[in-house]
Design a protein around this ligand. Structure first.
Ligand code: PLP
Length: 392
């Protein structure tokens, strides 16, 4: 049996690891030495489970679609992460990491955010748990994502606009890392996806793995077997996908399809199709596939969906693609928009733009009539209404 999980050195195949400056070494070491001890302890599990149930609203339903299934000639279930408190899967991870921070004796939480979704999830949990919360955000993003900035402030977080460089996510990451290295004694850095130096990708994957734990149980209830033929999810950094596939990684009966953001086309300048066109490189502290120009410089990603607009990909997913365990589809903006309108009109569910990429991947697959598909609807589309309206 192949093992697609992280190894003792922090690698998934050739991807992952911890490529960090000396100033961060002690922060990352402290986290690596403590995370499994804490999150595997019965007390942590108990508190985490309770909050997921009573605060987030888990388990999220596994919903058998009607017209969507008919269209594709098979059974398509949606894993409804859109129904979670705050509207997406990100809250699962934020709760887990803030609980971990408290148990490690930290009192101050920092995070960075691009579109603002991870910032809002983190600020929400900090309000709940009475933790100080500072969110770094590029000044351009602060202006573009005004509503999320106001939500974070209302929740009691301090949003610090970053004015270096292109004033977006990359600079916000640098600012958060700088803060962490200077304040590691009392500060915990909450990362929002399966990215960053080891052990973050593994930590986030484990916290999100509740998604596939539930899929197993719910598949048993609905179908009398605990696995589907296909699992489909979108990938920005890869956390909702990691949660969806976690308990099925070594089960080769289950095909894995990952939908990345093709933007205006993977062969154009405007894309975030990292796995399709990326080359080996190091980004934000780990080895992965990175979108690069001829000189090996990182290329600016583009996607209509802010949550998928990332020039790298989690090391777990880079490895799954390289080993052929997962199939990757690059979905264009137009394909995602069409899938969003279709789901809205046929099932009465307005999906997040990110999730719409996973929905559009259905059109790339030829299903058999007895196939069972589970597709993770990572979030709801309220935040994307403006984009939907201007593309109608
Ligand atoms: C942030 C976000 C994503 C992308 O992040 P992953 O870590 O790849 O899951 C996908 N969907 C929604 C709704 C998001 O908010």
């Amino acid at each position: 049996m192949k093992d697609y999980q992280v190894n003792n050195e922090g690698y998934y195949g050739e991807f992952g690891g911890a490529y960090i400056p000396d100033s961060l070494r002690h922060c990352v070491d402290e986290l690596r030495e403590n995370y499994l001890k804490v999150i595997e302890s019965p007390e942590f599990k108990e508190e985490f489970r309770k909050l997921l149930r009573d605060y987030v609203g888990r388990p999220s339903p596994l919903y058998l679609t009607n017209r969507l299934s008919k269209k594709h000639g098979c059974k398509i279930y949606l894993k409804r992460e859109d129904l979670n408190h705050t509207g997406a899967h990100k809250i699962n991870n934020a709760i887990g990491q803030v609980l971990l921070a408290k148990r490690m004796g930290k009192r101050r939480i920092i995070a960075e955010t691009g579109a603002g979704q991870h910032g809002v999830a983190t600020a929400t949990v900090c309000a709940l748990m009475k933790m100080e919360c500072i969110v770094y955000m590029g000044k351009t993003d602060v202006e573009r994502q005004h509503i999320n900035v106001e939500k974070m402030r209302m929740l009691g977080a301090e949003v610090r606009p970053v004015t270096a460089g292109s004033m977006t996510l990359t600079e916000a990451v640098d600012a958060a890392i700088d803060d962490w290295s200077k304040n590691s004694a009392d500060t915990f850095y909450v990362i929002g996806s399966t990215v960053g130096p080891h052990p973050y990708p593994d930590l986030v994957a484990r916290l999100q793995s509740v998604i596939s734990e539930e899929i197993k149980q719910q598949m048993m209830e609905h179908e009398g077997r605990d696995y589907p033929d296909y699992l489909i999810a979108c990938i920005g950094g890869g956390s909702n996908a990691a949660g969806t596939i976690y308990h099925y990684l070594d089960d080769e009966r289950v095909k894995i399809v990952l939908a990345e953001a093709g933007g205006k086309g993977a062969d154009t300048e405007y894309t975030a199709a990292t796995i399709s066109i990326g080359k080996d490189g190091i980004l934000h502290g780990f080895k992965t596939l990175v979108m690069q120009d001829e000189n090996g410089e990182m290329r600016e990603p583009y996607s209509i969906s802010a949550g998928l607009d990332y020039p790298g990909i989690g090391p777990m997913h880079a490895n799954l693609a390289k080993k052929g365990r997962a199939t990757v589809a690059a979905i264009t903006d137009d394909e995602a928009l069409e899938a969003a309108f279709y789901l809205t009109r046929t099932e009465g569910i307005i999906p997040a733009l990110e999730s719409s990429h996973a929905l559009a991947a259905l059109d790339k697959i030829k299903f058999n009539p007895d196939d069972i598909v589970v597709l993770t609807l990572s979030g709801r589309g309220d935040k994307d209404i403006h984009t939907y309206l201007s593309n109608r």
